[in-house]
Design a protein. Sequence first.
Length: 523
Amino acid sequence: MPDWRPALAMRELQDKARAVVRIDARQIALFDAEVGVFACANRCPHEGYPLSEGDLDGCRLTCNWHNWTFDLASGENLYGGDRLRVYPTEVRDGEIWVDVREPAYATRYSTIFDNLREAFDDNAYDRLARELARLQHLGADPLDALRATIEWSCERMEFGWTHAYAGMAEWLRLDAEFGADPALRLVCLTESMAHAAFDVLREDRYPFPDGEHAYEEAGLLAAIEARDEAAACAMVRGALAAGAGFAGLERGLTRAALAHYNDFGHALIYTTKAGYLIERLGEAAAPGLVLALVRELVYATREDRIPEFRHYAEALQRWGEGNEPLPPAGEWHRRGIAAALDLAVRSSAGAPQDLFGALLHANACNLLGFDLAREDEARAPVSDNVGWLDFTHGLTFANAVRKQCRRFPDLWPQGLLQITCFSGRNAAFTLEQPDLEGWRVEDADAFLARTVEGLFDHGVAEPIVSVHLVKTVQAVREELAAGVPGATRDVLLAGLNRFLHSPLKRRRVRRTAHQALQFVAKE
């Protein structure tokens, strides 16, 4: 129903050409234009500056702060971006009346999602935040925005999952803890959407193969091993159509993720994140997430097939042969890949959880001991292009192994040996003696509380960095909550403390130039 309210005498508006009135909590700008009387929200939808100070040309209103220009008849933004709220007007007996009724819920919801899609496709961070705030204010389910994000992005990730979805899972975990605060919930939503928008900006669609086939776990594994995306997708579609849900696919996907040292551990990390996303967003989100995950598994690099990790397959074959007791934590320090794998096999007769604890400790020591001088080496070979994010993967991957191998215990050998690959590979880039005392955390609860609070205002512009920050903090928190010995707890906290407070170099300009010259010289 219309909600007409008296606003201002027409004569008064004619004297000024423009005026601002308040109706309830609204601040409304009125304009006496050549073609009629117009009313709009006085706050520019960009940054809230007063449109009553703008320039009017016919019914085109320009905000002088950033030149956003609107059609006062329709509210259309003539340069793209947020639309302007406009109000119908009537002149009755010399008085201007304004209809301030709110559009129907369905109309407002649809408008917000149209605007969200524009903001998503433009990778417009501020506009995403504003539209998500409008969605919250409307009282709609804000997770609808993330369901839409998956729909808009899953086929624009050419090689399947990216860190954007992994980050979305972690932001949703934070939302589950802190989402009662509207501002913190908005951070979780905006960061989730913005990373996906960044990753698919200007990307084409890469439709998933059509077709549906009865699901068989062995068949899915064979299709992924053969890099047959069509066959793998058909089986996943068949499983979902039969009502299997993610739970019915999780074992097969986990086995595929651990079939190789896949994509530097990302495949397993993504698998466990997929489970949480579907748990939070519902099975309706499963097709896009799972098909994109299958695509990632099909295209994943298989590091166990490169010389650096050639001992992995042999170690897996030997698994269970060793019956030596688990060595002290110090035995793992600075052991290379082959030596670390051999030590893991010799200790493989014991409980896998005990070996997991030792390997978690070893990777935490690596994080604490990363040699920062490596960040500035300009004449390093490509094989030495190792940085902070490589070290964080040792912990986030271990976190994924613990979750998935507890669900599927027969996969512990692959999971543990691949954690060992992380430990051995990163050990070559560590200090002889990590500085535990220099980075020791005395009050763990206070430190973690400050750290989590910092995530909500991380200030990191590059999504790939911010997502590793969030994932690493969350992995450490989860491992501590799962219960670790005191020594491992100390090293985990100290390693995280050092990571958070150390420089992180993302573009090594001179090293890139040196490597390019060396490469070309050898062509």
